[in-house]
Design a protein around this ligand. Structure first.
Ligand code: SF4
Length: 707
């Protein structure tokens, strides 16, 4: 018979931003299984990651003691070392020694080169409390705003466009609103793979009569459920969306009342799309003009219509323009501020919304308050009781560039603290990023595994996995939810919240958070004071009972699942449209590199794979790196599924196994970025969107070489 469980502990899934509630079933300090709970985002559903991806926390690769680099081992960032071979590079140390070395090294660099010499990457996989404390450590202890995290790599362009257009970077309506929508447009998102439970709600709504439109260069599982699937040519997002906006004006489908009441700059957009007729754009984007018009008409005429988008929209040099165009389409049709409508950027990681809200971004304090706004700056100086830098810090990719800047650069980054991020896998142009990490005079990495990034560290601090700590996360729907500690961390690994506080104290900060779980409640309550306009009404106590959706400004406020019903949080309360033009991807295919590389995720693996590739079921399902092409491309190349090939760009090469995917467009190859032995980002182009500073992960030129 089944062994009796020791306990069942309620938490939230550690993977994607859908925020499924689950419970861990625990026996002998081990998670033995996971069950879905009836949370507002999942109603007991879980996908394969949430249901089976839990035993990574018990993997023998877990870091269980602090490590210090051996003085005789040079930094070569050889990420293909076996993680079990850490002793070739590091020696074990006590917490006291490791923390003293970690903080001492950072402090010495700050004192020698000034506060801009240091930078920190926090994590979208940690809790809100960890994110808040981490950015506070960088701003008050390091002394600059050089703090960022992987939001820069996923939705930075979306947030930039949304802040500019509607005054808030978060979603207007929740995923569950698909039940009230007549039409849903999903653009640049492989939702079934990346937000599986959200995709399940969309498919259920289709069964009940929803018109689903998918728009992506790649046809995916979700497209099979679509009323219309717009498989447009990669990189022509603006052409497609502007052609839809053109149609709305051309056929007078405009919501005149809504525009008069709530939208500015409509004429500029109208003028801007004058040359974007569907007939002119059809050859460019590969979608028939009649289809563009039909979809635009259906979207504009629907009683309620939602737009969801993912990284296919955001990860371009024109990512901000892509989102500006989606916002304009939504506004001219008045499809926002009511049930079943609105704008929903599908947030990737479990807490990328919350980590951004909590201030893990270089230009904003918590709750998107700009560091260079004098009254905001003064408020935080008073609240934290310390002088603060009033200039925005550098972003993720910029920090890597600054690490390689000449010594004469007064803003050269010499030292870093990286908590739970893996830029040696996730940054574009990895050879450059890995070189930058190895060039740092002092790198402290706080993580649960010997990640590819940790190989370049001077000090490695063993941290706790999500089921080993208590804290809150905020999902793509703006729901704040509590995860409770289910098991103890292994060996001498410690809670991240404790580690951040220990580093802070050793850098001279007089921090004292008391109470259970390293003062997590006290940290939350302090954070709440800095974010009153969002979570002012969500006390720690309230979160013990269940999730609450922000904005929630008072104890009486039930939370606001739908926002922008009356006004937008812009200075004048009106949406600010911005016209867009065609900008081509930075690197186009040519005779030497004839294929377009599209990178992304797959259902079974999460991001850089450090967790899911160590989860036995997930690894068994998808054990090897594969590159996908359609049948036409395969036969053109004279190759079949299973062939071993090398993919090469101007920046690097990887070896992969070919796989057939007839959802892929001609002339393109898809490669997931979770595989260290075939790291997709060795190939990607580090060029940035000038506004959102997001790299162009979704488009670069490669060639395929038979091995
Ligand atoms: Fe976890 Fe996302 Fe899957 Fe839900 S859909 S179980 S949050 S990975």
């Amino acid at each position: 018979g089944a062994r009796a469980l020791d306990k069942t502990v309620d938490s939230v899934c550690p993977f994607c931003g859908v925020g499924c509630q689950l419970s861990y079933q625990v026996k002998d300090n081990k998670i033995v299984s996971v069950q879905g709970r009836d949370g507002p985002a999942n109603h007991s559903r879980l996908c394969v990651k949430g249901r089976y991806g839990f035993d990574y926390i018990h993997h023998p690769h877990r870091l269980t003691q602090p490590l210090v680099r051996r003085s005789d081992v040079a930094k070569d960032v050889n990420v293909l070392r076996d993680p079990a071979d850490w002793a070739q590079v590091f020696r074990p140390a006590s917490w006291d020694e490791a923390l003293a070395l970690a903080a001492g090294g950072l402090k010495a660099l700050r004192d020698a080169h000034g506060p801009k010499a240091l930078a920190g990457f926090g994590s979208a996989k940690g809790s809100n409390e960890e994110a808040y404390l981490f950015q506070k450590l960088v701003r008050t202890g390091f002394g600059s705003n050089n703090v960022d995290h992987c939001t820069r790599l996923c939705h930075a362009s979306s947030v930039a466009a949304l802040l500019e257009g509607v005054g808030s970077g978060a979603v207007s309506n929740q995923v569950s609103d698909v039940d009230q929508a007549e039409l849903v447009l999903v653009m640049g998102s492989n939702t079934t793979a990346n937000h599986p439970v959200a995709a399940s709600w969309m498919k259920n709504a289709v069964q009940r009569g929803l018109r689903l439109v998918t728009a992506d260069p790649r046809s995916t599982d979700l497209s099979r459920h679509a009323w219309r699937n717009l498989q447009f040519k990669a990189d022509t997002d603006v052409a497609l969306i502007n052609a839809m906006i053109y149609t709305v004006f051309d056929e007078d489908l405009v919501n005149h009342d809504f525009i008069a009441a709530r939208v500015d700059n409509v004429q500029a957009v109208r003028d801007g799309v004058a040359s974007f007729s569907p007939e002119a754009m059809a050859p460019l984007c590969g979608i028939a003009a009649a289809t563009i018009r039909e979809v635009a008409r259906a979207y504009a005429k629907a009683k309620s219509a939602m737009i969801f988008w993912g990284m296919g929209v955001s990860q371009h040099t024109h990512g901000t323009d892509n989102v500006r165009a989606l916002i304009a389409l939504c506004m001219v049709c008045g499809q926002i501020g009511k049930p079943g409508s609105g704008l929903h950027p599908l947030r990737g990681q479990n807490n990328v919304q919350g980590a951004s809200d909590a201030g893990l971004i270089p230009m904003m304090f918590p709750n998107y308050q700009r560091v260079d706004k004098s009254e905001v700056h003064a408020w935080f100086e008073a609240f934290w009781g310390t002088p603060l830098d009033a200039t925005p810090g550098y972003t993720v990719v910029e920090i890597m560039h600054k690490a390689l800047a000449p010594d004469s650069d007064p803003h050269k980054v010499h030292g870093m603290l990286i908590m739970g991020e893996n830029p040696a896998m996730s940054d574009p142009d990895l050879n450059h990023a890995r070189h930058a990490l190895a060039s740092l005079k002092h790198l402290v990495v706080q993580d649960i595994f010997m990640t590819e990034t940790a190989w370049a560290a001077d000090v490695v601090l063993p941290a706790s996995a999500w089921p080993e700590k208590t804290g809150t996360v905020s999902n793509t729907d703006r729901m704040v939810q509590l995860g409770r500690q289910a098991v103890e961390p292994p060996g001498d690994a410690r809670a991240d919240l404790w580690i951040i506080q220990q580093l802070a104290q050793r850098m001279g900060l007089n921090w004292h958070y008391t109470g259970a779980d390293h003062g997590v409640a006290e940290v939350y309550e302090e954070m709440r004071q800095t974010m009153a306009a969002a979570i002012g009404g969500i006390s720690w106590q309230r979160l013990q009972i269940g999730s609450v959706t922000y904005p929630c400004v008072s104890a009486q406020d039930a939370g606001q699942p739908m926002v922008f019903t009356q006004r937008f949080p812009t200075p004048n309360g009106r949406a600010q449209l911005v016209p867009t033009t065609l900008i081509a991807a930075h690197e186009q295919p040519d005779a030497d590199y004839p294929l377009v590389l599209i990178t992304g995720r797959q259902l079974e693996h999460w991001h850089t794979g450090s967790m899911t590739r160590r989860a036995s079921v997930l690894d068994a399902l998808e054990p090897t790196a594969t590159a996908s092409l359609n049948t036409r491309e395969l036969s053109r190349l004279g190759l079949t599924t299973g062939a071993q090939v090398s993919l090469r760009s101007r920046r690097g090469a990887v070896q992969v196994t070919l796989r057939q995917d007839d959802g892929m467009p001609d002339g393109a190859v898809f490669l997931p970025f979770a595989y260290r032995e075939a790291a997709a980002n060795l190939l990607t182009n580090p060029v940035l969107d000038p506004v959102g500073k997001i790299p162009e992960f979704k488009y670069c030129a490669v060639r395929l070489e038979v091995m």
